[in-house]
Design a protein around this ligand. Sequence first.
Ligand SMILES: NC(=O)c1ccc[n+]([C@@H]2O[C@H](COP(=O)([O-])OP(=O)(O)OC[C@H]3O[C@@H](n4cnc5c(N)ncnc54)[C@H](O)[C@@H]3O)[C@@H](O)[C@H]2O)c1
Ligand SMILES: [Zn+2]
Length: 374
Amino acid sequence: MPRRFALVTGGAGLIGSHLVDLLVAEGWKVRVLDNLEPQTHSRGEPGWLNPGAEFVLGDVRDPAALGPALDTVDTVFHLAAYGGYMPEIGKFIDVNSLGTARLLEVIRDRALPVRKLIVASSQAVYIEGSVSCPVHGTSNPPPRAETALAAGRFAVPCPVCGRAAESVPTPESAPIGGETVYALTKLDQERLTLNWSRQVGIPAVALRFACTYGPRQSLFNPYTGVIAVFCSRLVNGLPPILYEDGEQTRDLCYVGDVARACLLAAESHRLDGLAVNIGTGYPTSVRRLAEVLLDLLDSRTGMEIPGAYRPGEMRALTPDIAVAVAAGYEPTVTLEEGLVRYVAWLSEQGPIEERFGESLERLRRLRLVHSVAS
Ligand SMILES: NC(=O)c1ccc[n+]([C@@H]2O[C@H](COP(=O)([O-])OP(=O)(O)OC[C@H]3O[C@@H](n4cnc5c(N)ncnc54)[C@H](O)[C@@H]3O)[C@@H](O)[C@H]2O)c1
Ligand SMILES: [Zn+2]
């Protein structure tokens, strides 16, 4: 088979850089397009850019940069995005929605020989994780009511009877919503790409990543990456601050497994045309995560639970990964092992500034974070 040639947009970031390493190791020719977004790369060009890949400094919103970046590539991994709980609205739409639109237009309008496109979507596209009630079975609840959150009632009730319900894995067929600006733009990216794929006949896959972590996750961005944020506080002797009551759950997936899922989506035809969950399939509560990190970093700070919450956030989301598994995907790194690797990397990063406290105040001021009524 001829050597494959990939463009990885956002290839300097967490998932992109691990994917680049994997592709280079697998013998692919690789080009990166990344604008080194200052929020993520405060110290400029990171030291992990793979010398076996071509690096192009440029913006996915810029057709003049996209044309040369796409030249002769056969596979596009579109990972560049503005991500997290940042307060901007316009920038999310601009980078994520418009950036994707531009990329798709350039490939179509110039009839470029791209044969496959993989776009990074997110678990954030769901409305709330699926739940099961002993009486009414499995259902997909609406967003939690602001009045309930303000009263400190965080659990998701059965939407039929209102009694306590148990979180169960969420399949791709669950309703999608977009309850935050970020989520809306991930939905845009997913739908724009899959619609375009059907029109132009170029196979595409949208991968709905779980919370991804690992070495190289930005230590500068206080708005995203719960593990990096907790660690940046712990190494400064400060307690991690937990939203809600800390019992909300997430699927935390090691970046190496996510990178392998991207490669699988490129090499297999089995996921073509689909939006597919990628994660470990196991939930971890935020409180449990904080406990493991306190232990790993040998910290005595404890944790802080100030009664803050973020409207639009899901309570409990564990993706059902059966579709990806049937296509050959297999998560291999346990949370404990992944966190050990992350903490080892962290210890080599020199002094880390704590920025979360300040960002939390900003988010409160801008009403992205609310407080439980006292
Ligand atoms: N990390 C997660 O938990 C997670 C979860 C779900 C989905 N995702 C998605 O996966 C993708 C990669 O995420 P990540 O965690 O590696 O993020 P990251 O911030 O580490 O990497 C994103 C990269 O994109 C680059 N970038 C940003 N704006 C750009 C622009 N306008 N032009 C060119 N490059 C630009 C940044 O400089 C950065 O290197 C994103 O699309 C993100 O939304 C991530
Ligand atoms: Zn019920």
